[in-house]
Design a protein around this ligand. Sequence first.
Ligand SMILES: Cc1ncc(C[n+]2csc(CCOP(=O)(O)OP(=O)(O)O)c2C)c(N)n1
Ligand code: SF4
Length: 278
Amino acid sequence: MTATYAPARPIWCAGCGHFGVQGAMAHAFAALQIPPHEIVVLAGIGCSGTVQNNLGTYGYHALHGRVLPTAAGVHLANPHLTVVAAGGDGDGYAIGMGHLVHAFRRDLPFVYVVMNNGVYGLTKGQDSPTRHGLSGIGGFDAIDLGLSIPATGFLARGFSRHPAQLQRLMTDAIRYAREAKGFAFIEVLSPCVTYNDTYASWEQAVVDVAHVDDHDPTDRAAAFAVTTGLAAEGKIATGQILLDPDREPRREPVPAAEDLRPAVHASAYAEILDRYRV
Ligand SMILES: Cc1ncc(C[n+]2csc(CCOP(=O)(O)OP(=O)(O)O)c2C)c(N)n1
Ligand code: SF4
């Protein structure tokens, strides 16, 4: 596979935050010693959506806003794979927003990395749902959304300018999903240097919740109070915001023993298609 599809060189502008995200993913795969053929990285459409081209794993470029149902399908088809979905804030929080809510609710064990830069980078800088800032009026905070859905167990935020923290969060998220504990969500503040360079303002705003006295990642209500309290001060919470430590592995029965070749199921597929004929 990697002989046929060698990792590509990133297409990103020099300084793009997405480099940090790719580096953290590669670091986590190496730290956890996951063989490349056991990893599938799926991505949405956008500058962020090209990350899967650059890694020596299996990859899939999903439709715009549809990376989450596609990743869920990959996981259900073979729960032994390590599945990482990735994409931009335009991909995940605009056209794909309905899927994010249901991914939080369904809690299937795969990772979702959103590279938040406040703009649609690939289409030249239009406002995304997070353009007005995580704490500004009209802004939007996906971590607060995740906290409001009782099924969630892993919510974190990193900053591509802080690689040590991001590598740790990425490694923990992938480990959590590999242990089949549930859906692991990481938002990465990943500035677009060309259309919305937020490196300096985010550097001033980020606060690692590990340094907040009242923070307890196992207490959902307390975590919500910390993130919304920081936002009210114009700050952005980063780090491990929610972590449910008591999760049991939730592995579905593995369908791999079944013969999934299309020919074996041809008549069943034909029956399904017939139901859609008028
Ligand atoms: C269905 C559909 N609608 C619109 C587009 C155009 N489009 C391509 S990428 C993109 C948004 C990219 O922004 P984001 O997801 O934030 O990623 P970034 O480029 O900033 O990394 C849009 C609207 C598309 N490809 N498909
Ligand atoms: S346009 Fe923005 S998001 Fe796209 S590669 Fe350049 S810096 Fe990155």
